[in-house]
Design a protein around this ligand. Structure first.
Ligand code: GLN
Length: 482
């Protein structure tokens, strides 16, 4: 079946003329028709437009003018990335009719290689959350158990890939939003080094933390598509040109002689089933020649308050642009400019987004800045130094991704603090700007996927993909059995 194939396999089949882009895209559209009513991974799918793109791809290939080996491969995009002429909502009421006039660079790069946009996926409003429950369009469901959350904020992209409603998808990760849903849905998700991928056209949440990455069914696919979207972009001054030295034919899962750090702090206060599972997989890595070393990342316990001060401070500034004048919706029947601002924002933002704007504005305000925002910045430096010290002696760090497996929809909606606390294992990588990947490591006793995280030093994507490949060789893939 087409939807069972990896991107690497599909591209080989396309090259051999064993399948057409149209056949591939139709197979995915049929799958979306069959399952997305229940799962709700997508906000927008334009069937006609998908088929038009597929037709163009087949014509290019027919004329031997394919743009790349990926020409004709479908991809899904989180709905916080700008797509020219196509609705981009950020799952917010304030942008529910926003059609951008330009493309995000990451998407542009996919188009240059001939990828076909399948649709835009659901997320927590403005990527703020861990469940997709804050989406204006309602939650996405976990393909492994429809009563449970898929994780978030890129829950739609993770669920689409898990349910085989897309072979690959893009997400964004500010504090775990790729790795945590990948873990909950049993797929691979990679957040690259900050700067590897341009953020141009990614709707900003917290600019010093936001990074675009990929979801796929396999480590190689996730790495290959990450390679396509990587690179310096003059429109994002924080992006950097670095070799894409991690193409799939160079990833062999060989961990012999590699030194893997296992931080004590990442195994405290987590579900014992996850701890045991991850430890067992680490043992397997040892039997394949990796050396493991217990390490300490001693500032881990401060990561949550540091992240939630910095992320909300940046968000309060980034979201000031939604004023009813420049973007998206405006509140009608208002008499004064101030009233326009107030009403538009009151009606346009959901509860969680408002909570974060208020928090962020507070910590930046005079009199509180030193005690909160500045202190958080200092704490961030300590976390950066923690990793620097550790990477002097280890090649990669292996940890769980989450403290629990996927929980029930509604279980934590009224408890923001417990949701924030549950980000403890993913947010440090964003604070330190280092790459991290989540790979499936089997299931718990409820049959729910467990993820392992591999983190590496700046621009060491190749190292973490190799360790991830070794884990994939050990643990295999997880199928939701739809
Ligand atoms: N769960 C985190 C938050 O709510 C992460 C979000 C993200 O990475 N976009 O902020």
């Amino acid at each position: 079946m087409i939807t069972e194939k990896s991107v690497v396999e599909l591209s080989r089949m396309l090259e051999n003329n064993d399948v057409s882009a149209r056949e591939i895209c139709e197979a995915y559209l049929d799958r979306i028709d069959a399952f997305d009513e229940k799962i709700h991974a997508y906000i927008t799918v334009d069937r006609e437009d998908v088929l038009r793109q597929a037709k163009e791809s087949d014509q290019r290939r027919g004329a031997k003018k394919q743009l790349s080996p990926f020409d004709g491969i479908p991809v899904a995009l989180k709905d916080n990335m700008c797509t020219s002429g196509i609705l981009t909502t950020c799952a917010s009421a304030i942008l529910n009719n926003f059609i951008p006039p330009y493309n995000a660079t990451a998407y542009e790069k996919l188009l240059e290689k001939g990828f076909v946009l399948l649709g835009k996926t659901n997320l927590d409003e403005f990527a703020m959350g861990s469940t997709t429950e804050t989406s204006y369009f309602g939650a996405t469901r976990n393909p492994h158990d429809l009563e449970r959350v898929p994780g978030g904020s890129s829950g739609g992209s993770a669920a689409a890939v898990a349910a085989k409603m897309a072979p690959v998808a893009l997400g964004s990760d500010t504090g775990g939003s790729i790795r945590q849903p990948a873990s909950f849905c049993g797929v691979v998700g990679i957040k690259p080094t900050y700067g590897r991928v341009s953020r141009y056209g990614l709707v900003a949440f917290a600019s010093s933390l936001d990074q675009i990455g990929t979801f796929a069914g396999s480590v190689k696919d996730a790495g290959d598509v990450l390679g396509v979207i990587s690179g310096k972009d003059t429109r994002d001054a924080t992006s950097l040109e670095r070799d894409v030295d991690f193409k799939s034919d160079t990833i062999d899962g060989n961990v012999k002689g590699m030194v893997i750090g296992v931080p004590d702090e990442y195994f405290e206060n987590i579900d014992p089933e996850i701890r045991d599972n991850v430890m067992a997989t680490i043992k397997e890595l040892e039997s394949r020649g990796a050396k493991t070393e217990r390490i300490s990342l001693k500032y881990t316990e401060y990561a949550v308050p540091i992240y939630y001060l910095i992320a909300t401070a940046e968000a309060s500034s980034n979201l000031a642009r939604y004023d009813g004048v420049r973007y998206g919706n405006s509140s009608p029947n208002v008499k004064r400019l101030k009233e326009l601002y107030f009403k538009t924002r009151e009606q346009g933002f959901g509860k969680e987004v408002k909570r974060r704007i208020i928090l962020g504005t507070f910590s930046l305000s005079s009199g509180y800045y030193d005690a909160y925002y500045l202190k958080a910045l200092k704490g961030r430096t300590l976390i950066i130094e923690d990793f620097k010290r550790v990477f002097e002696k280890v090649d990669a760090i292996v940890t769980p991704v989450t403290i629990s497996t996927a929980f029930k929809i509604g279980e934590k909606v009224d408890d923001p603090l417990s949701l924030y606390m549950s980000d403890i294992l993913t947010i440090s990588a964003n604070l330190a700007a280092i790459p991290g990947i989540s790979v499936p490591s089997g299931k718990d006793s409820k049959g729910l996927p467990i993820g392992i995280q591999v983190m590496g030093n700046h621009f060491q994507e190749k190292t973490i993909l190799n360790v991830a490949q070794a884990i994939e060789n050990i643990c295999g893939h997880i199928d939701p059995g739809l």
